[in-house]
Design a protein around this ligand. Structure first.
Ligand code: IMP
Ligand code: MG
Length: 177
């Protein structure tokens, strides 16, 4: 499949994603039983994952959004921009950050540091995807969906220069050798 100027091939199918999302939600439902966490979703990429995850969450919980960007086209810029800020008081709350993918870890490290100043009761991370080979930050990731190779992916919320977010499956960049 072509997106803008690059060829992508199917990588993680819709059915596999659905199973994994349920697994993650079940773990969270168990771990947070009796608590009322605030899910903090990082826009734009995590919107689809968050929507599916939240439908499986059986806890009394709130959901809030923050918009961060560190990526331009296919590479991390190493700088995190806050495009829409936090409007929710997180002091004393159990916060669960919902992210689509962790690559260098720059974005997550930035957010964790920022949250630290807001005195939440606890902070954990749920990420659908992790690229362990390129992770550069020492961050604690409680819930991880899939560990994947350091190749660019699109679909299920993830984009290539704004496109591909609507795809139901996750596709991987096809390397031409
Ligand atoms: P990090 O700060 O390098 O960990 O990058 C995290 C952010 O970059 C994610 O929230 C995504 O929005 C974006 N990103 C990282 N890898 C990919 C990818 O393979 N495809 C699409 N977006 C990605
Ligand atoms: Mg993201």
């Amino acid at each position: 499949m072509k997106i803008i100027d690059k060829e992508f091939e199917p990588f993680i199918g819709q059915d596999q994603i659905t199973v994994k999302v349920k697994e993650l939600a079940n773990l969270i439902n168990q771990d947070y039983a009796g608590r009322k966490p605030v899910f903090l979703v990082i826009l734009n990429g995590a919107f689809m994952f968050a929507a599916d995850l939240m439908k499986e969450i059986e806890l009394s919980s709130e959901i809030s959004f923050i918009k961060l960007a560190s990526y331009e086209a296919m590479a991390s810029t190493g700088q995190v921009q806050e495009l829409i800020g936090l409007n929710q008081a997180l002091s004393g709350q159990d916060v669960i950050i919902v992210e689509d993918i962790i690559d260098t870890g720059e974005t997550m490290a930035y957010l964790l540091k920022k949250l630290d100043t807001l005195n939440p009761k606890s902070v954990e991370v749920v990420t659908l995807l992790l690229k362990p080979e390129v992770l550069q930050k020492d961050i604690d990731l409680r819930y991880i969906g899939f560990e994947i190779p350091a190749k660019f992916v699109v679909g299920y919320g993830l984009d290539y220069d704004g496109f591909g977010r609507n795809l139901k499956d996750i596709h991987q960049l096809k390397e031409d050798h």
